[in-house]
Design a protein around this ligand. Structure first.
Ligand code: ADE
Length: 254
């Protein structure tokens, strides 16, 4: 997976990309992140990337020319790795609070692409022509406003990378994650079996895998029921799950 990041603040990225699982994924060639400085694609004396808004008002607006030139240059100079793939199927994603709100299913969807562009907005906004004629998708990481798209871009890279085969050491990978199954994940315990008088559930030490599976499924349902009941509406549930949820509603298992 090739990420092409376009930003005015390239210095934000290395520390995170050189850490832990993301670092190893890069070293193993499972992901490649290239960070491009939009300012390198300016041609005026002052390397201007922003300007005052037409019509007046506060703040500055990101100029279209350097953004177009940066992305067009990189996509043309480095054709996608799959030879038959047209450049047009490389999504050009603008990080913006106006985008569709990022979640696990969007991470799954984006993990299918071999290559993508992440464009980090800054200042008060971007010239609308970038949005209309260059960008193919807009993503927000939540209903709040940050100073720029750099942290959102790192969040996308992290969430997408860990879904790629082999990035996580565990062979079951990301399949049990909270949200992956449409439920919050069950609770985890490790040694010691008792800590300050608080015991790990006996079932987890029983060695009975069927019982453990059942307990984990019920815990995931219980957690989701208590913390994120909205998720239960959208998740595929078995008859046994539904029966368990009915028992929660009637108060017998809470
Ligand atoms: N840029 C500023 N705020 C943002 C948000 N919430 N999501 C994505 N990009 C942003």
């Amino acid at each position: 997976m090739q990420f092409e990041v376009f930003t005015l603040l390239p210095e934000v990225f290395p520390s995170y990309l050189e850490t832990s699982i993301i670092k190893r994924a890069r070293e193993r060639g499972l992901i490649n992140v290239r960070v491009h400085n939009i300012r390198d694609y300016t041609h005026d004396k002052h390397h201007m990337t922003d300007d005052t808004p037409y019509g007046g008002g506060g703040g500055m607006v990101m100029k279209p020319e350097p953004v177009f030139e940066a992305i067009e240059t990189v996509l043309r100079l480095n054709p996608p790795q799959t030879p038959a793939e047209p450049a047009s199927i490389v999504p050009i994603i603008l990080l913006t609070p106006q985008g569709r709100v990022f979640d696990q299913s969007i991470a799954q969807e984006l993990s299918q692409y071999p290559r993508m562009v992440l464009l980090c907005g800054r200042y008060e906004g971007i010239d609308e022509r970038i949005r209309e004629h260059l960008v193919t998708d807009e993503i927000s990481i939540g209903d709040y406003v940050l100073t720029g798209g750099e942290l959102p871009a790192l969040i996308l890279i992290d969430a997408i990378a860990r879904l790629l085969p082999e990035v996580l050491g565990d062979p079951t990978g990301a399949q049990d994650d909270s949200h992956a199954m449409g439920l919050l994940e069950y609770p985890h315990y490790t040694r010691p079996p008792e800590f300050r008088g608080w015991k790990a559930p006996d079932v987890l030490l029983s060695g009975d895998h069927a019982k453990i599976e059942k307990w984990r499924r019920e815990q995931a349902l219980l957690r989701t029921f208590n913390k994120r009941p909205d998720m239960l509406e959208k998740t595929e549930l078995t008859k046994i799950d539904l029966k368990f949820i009915e028992s929660l509603k009637s108060g017998s298992k809470r």
